[in-house]
Design a protein around this ligand. Sequence first.
Ligand SMILES: C[S@@+](CC[C@H](N)C(=O)[O-])C[C@H]1O[C@@H](n2cnc3c(N)ncnc32)[C@H](O)[C@@H]1O
Ligand code: SF4
Length: 412
Amino acid sequence: MARTIPIQLAVGAHTPKGLITPFAQAGESQLTSLPPLSLYVHVPWCVRKCPYCDFNSHAAPGEIPEERYLAALTADLDQAVPLVWGRTVNTVFIGGGTPSLLSAGALDQLLGLLRSRLNLLPDAEITLEANPGTVEAARFKEYAASGVNRISLGIQSFDDASLKALGRIHDSREARDAIEIAQKYVSRVNLDLMYALPGQTLEGCLHDIDSALSFGTGHLSMYHLTLEPNTVFARFPPALPDEDLAYDMQDAVAERLGAAGFEQYEISAYARPGQRSKHNVNYWEFGDYLGIGPGAHGKLSFHDRIVREARLRSPESWMSQADSGAHISESRRVTAADLPFEFMLNALRLVDGVATTSFSERTGLSLAVIAPELRAATERGLLDPDPTRIRATPLGRRFLNDLQGMFLRDES
Ligand SMILES: C[S@@+](CC[C@H](N)C(=O)[O-])C[C@H]1O[C@@H](n2cnc3c(N)ncnc32)[C@H](O)[C@@H]1O
Ligand code: SF4
């Protein structure tokens, strides 16, 4: 059973940033400043459900009910806005599902809705996720005209046999076309690839990387294919490369991308200089985000508490209940006992980690609260000994779950 460590917390609006007074009331956190704020918008529909995917995504019921979706999104946002009054929204991520199924007109209305209700930074990073099988050149052009300035394409692989084994709706030709179309209209393009695919060899994996590099895009997300519960692949598992081969792939990918000028800045994320995803970095730095749409999650800080929210997952339930406010399935204060683990769950994914001072800034807790765990993890070679940063060593990244688990604690 995890040991419970007495927690000292900040009090008073005049506490200097990052400094915690010893007179705090146990069990509460007090923040001296609020973190940057992002917005996540969930679009829950796809052409069909991929057998490996456990995202909140649903085969589209013929036409997407755009009008009902936008009306519900308006109601959802209107009720959420008071929680973020006066705050600037730095980034927007329209994810799914497959947001590129939205018509250009619907996407334009969506962005108009956000601008009318939120204090959106004029040059905010606005990312839209797209599936190559749903890309039309005209649509991308109009998305960009509406303000989308970053496109994230779910490529997965450039190998037709792999795409088929993954149940994708597109082939490699369509994937290539989609990349070229995206590059024509926005300057920042991310490609999602997966590795350790059914029957994949190390050469096959590197061939995917080389194909991706040939387009000169600035960002690559490289995910290890995992068998998620409640998916078709969990019920009927395909033959996958073993763990050793998957690690070899991971190492070879990092080396190949490094040689091509990409920096690995997170477990699965690689970028050329200046091309990191600001939106995702905000998650990993334990920033705030409002999440709207079915199944969307949010994390919002207030001076005296940090709150996590979730929306109903079913698109139909969320759409029919957004007006009444019953679309919020969860809204809970994160306890002081949970904050260290939640912070580490994110921060330790970043290759450069985070400034040590950000622990107190973002959680409102004294660094003393986690001092024993920091020391133990450093002694085990899992954390960098540099006192100014909280950063996993390469060994710590390899055993990330164990490292993060050291910050779990029992509330009793
Ligand atoms: C919401 S999807 C991206 C957009 C679009 N729906 C698509 O699939 O093209 C997010 C990404 O998560 C990754 N992903 C989904 N399920 C995964 C799994 N079981 N294991 C690893 N990565 C997964 C895929 O790379 C996918 O592109
Ligand atoms: S298209 Fe993307 S979100 Fe939809 S089921 Fe496939 S992986 Fe999941």
